[in-house]
Design a protein around this ligand. Structure first.
Ligand code: ATP
Ligand code: MG
Length: 282
């Protein structure tokens, strides 16, 4: 952990040496965001949730995808603690839309988004909506085992009702998956239709938070396009795969567009037992 932090600091110093002015860092104003959004759940939101199609995940499918947080157990502990920190932050800052991205592919964004969402779903007073926003390579539905042909991108495009493409797990988690890749995904993610669709989901379901499984940052511009819709973002780095310079570049680019919650270091093979399932967070 200390090593990665010191490596990130070194990469930052190296970048500053090259560009002493540095890029401007403008954090979004969370107060302005929260003010515009209703907070208290209303009767019609309860009805809207109960009207969603229920999905019961299969334990074996979840296990295959390293999804361990459906129930509380030793493996879910790191996600439960991530959940606690995130809830504290979103309540404190008034954030609602939280994205998950990474520098390169395969760092564990989908696995972590899903585990975090399932961990949140065990809290009765917290409503969570998890959206697959990796529109070029949607994987959330497969990891979760959703076989119905849902296409949440149609909701983002303003072509479908959210209720048709969200499934409910338990009473307080709704998941929007995609069964097919979407052409022009960056354009869709930046479109007014996508903004309106997310506003509509918030208004209808009044979630405590929305989580978005994004594509990796350094592969195409989809993630950067999507973060403009977000209040904050979590960066997932993979130990041994993501370099400190890549993590720093991501943090820097993201911080100029939204709030960065922190970096989750995933796939750590040599963590202390007390640190659990190979995740570390700063
Ligand atoms: N902590 C971990 N330890 C070992 N393997 C892991 C861990 N987390 C995720 N994986 C595995 O790594 C692979 C990639 O994970 P995942 O699909 O969640 O990454 P991703 O960042 O969403 O990838 P992509 O960029 O393709 O969307 C999967 O096979 C997943 O099961
Ligand atoms: Mg993924």
């Amino acid at each position: 952990m200390e090593r990665i932090q010191s490596a990130i600091s070194k990469a930052r110093e190296a970048r500053r040496a090259l560009d002493p002015q540095g890029p401007a860092t403008v954090a979004a104003d969370p107060a302005a965001t929260s003010e515009a959004r209703p907070a208290a759940p209303q009767e019609r939101a309860v009805e809207a949730w109960s009207g969603l199609m229920e999905f019961r995940p299969n334990e074996h499918v979840l296990e295959r995808g390293r999804v361990v947080s459906l129930t509380s157990n030793a493996a879910s502990v790191p996600f439960d603690s991530m959940r606690t920190r995130l809830l504290y932050l979103i309540r404190d800052k008034g954030w609602r839309r939280i994205a998950v991205t990474s520098p390169g592919p395969g760092c564990g964004k989908t696995t972590i988004s899903l585990n975090l969402a399932l961990s949140l779903s065990r809290l009765a007073d917290v409503r969570t909506v998890l959206i697959d926003a990796d529109l070029r390579r949607p994987a959330l539905g497969k990891t979760l085992g959703v076989s119905a042909r849902h296409q949440f991108s149609d909701v983002l495009a303003g072509k479908a009702d959210p209720a048709r493409h969200l499934v409910r797990i338990g009473d307080s988690l709704a998941v929007g998956t995609n069964c097919a890749a979407v052409p022009n995904s960056a354009e869709l993610l930046q479109s007014p239709n996508a903004q309106h669709a997310l506003d509509l989901v918030e208004e209808t379901y009044q979630p405590s938070l929305m989580l978005f499984d994004l594509p990796p940052m350094l592969v195409n511009d989809d993630a950067l396009a999507a973060v403009t819709l977000m209040d904050a973002v979590i960066v997932v780095a993979a130990a041994g795969a993501s370099t400190a310079a890549e993590i720093d570049r991501c943090e820097q680019e993201l911080a100029s567009r939204t709030n960065v919650v922190g970096v989750v270091l995933n796939k750590c093979r040599y963590l202390d037992k007390s640190e659990g399932y190979g995740y570390d967070y700063h």
